[in-house]
Ligand binder design. Sequence first.
Ligand code: PEP
Ligand code: MN
Length: 335
Amino acid sequence: MTTVITLRSDADAKAVQAALQGLGVWAKPLRAADGRTTALGLDRCSRRVAPAELRALSGVEAVLGADSPHPRLDAAAGRAVRVGEGADAVLVGGGASAVLAAGPCAAEDEEQVHAAARMAAEAGARLLRGGAWKPRTSPYSFSGHGGPALRWLREAADAHGLHLVTEVLAERDVDGVAEAAEVLQIGSRNMQNFALLHAAGRTGRPVLLKRGRAATLDEWRLAAEHLLDAGAGGVILCERGVRGPDPETRNLLDLAAVALLVHVDGLPVLVDPSHAVGRRDLVAPLARAALAAGASGLLVEAHPDATRARSDGPQALSPSELRRIGAMTTAEVTP
Ligand code: PEP
Ligand code: MN
């Protein structure tokens, strides 16, 4: 819907237009039958500004058509999501420096999880990632160790001063995951599993919401709205590629979506180049591109012995490859 600003009868339309321009908002005059400019139509390809800020401009009578289907997400614009408590808290988005979440695709055994956490910490990651429950296309593939793996992940995160982000696949596991992890991950395949979103949101934890494999941005935003409406302590969006025309590079990493959600919507967005491209040799260039597009950080897969990985081995980074990714997040990247 186009947003229209109606002007007071004594308003100077050009002055209002100039004030809007100062806010980064482009507008074109809408004229009444007598030729007078009585309203301004806002160009959607410009900065998004809260209706209250528009209403406060001198000469503005009313702001029409600015109702949003996701008011809670809009209210989160420009704000960082806080992960963890106190001095150890990590901020994601809201202008904070880029963060790295790293770890294996799946938690395979206690030793692997500890080695992966060490790798992640040494590379400068602030969050450990890894799945206790894995969504697998085939019912015969390794689908995770469940509860015990959750415990290994928590202990490894604590041992290395990391926060934990891990996927929850089923409503029955939500409370256990919320107890063990600072951030609940909702995977791509569950982006519109509304019952799971509500259960995850009700825990009050921040949620990392991966984009569905064919989800539009509005479907993604509204899934985030479900989480916030249910009480989530913030939503971190995660772009992990959508299904594209060619499987050779696994998925199509939508960096335009990242730029839009970060720069226009003002939301925290992590980019997962690992699931996007599916091969370790291309993770670094995509990670660099993601940061240049404005990503709030990266979520990448790494394994202490990738040749033995039980899932997503071809995209798992070695310790030295992961350190190079970590160096990117600490370098100054001016989007
Ligand atoms: C994952 O991050 O482990 C994962 C399964 O990712 P996605 O939901 O993006 O496929
Ligand atoms: Mn994986």
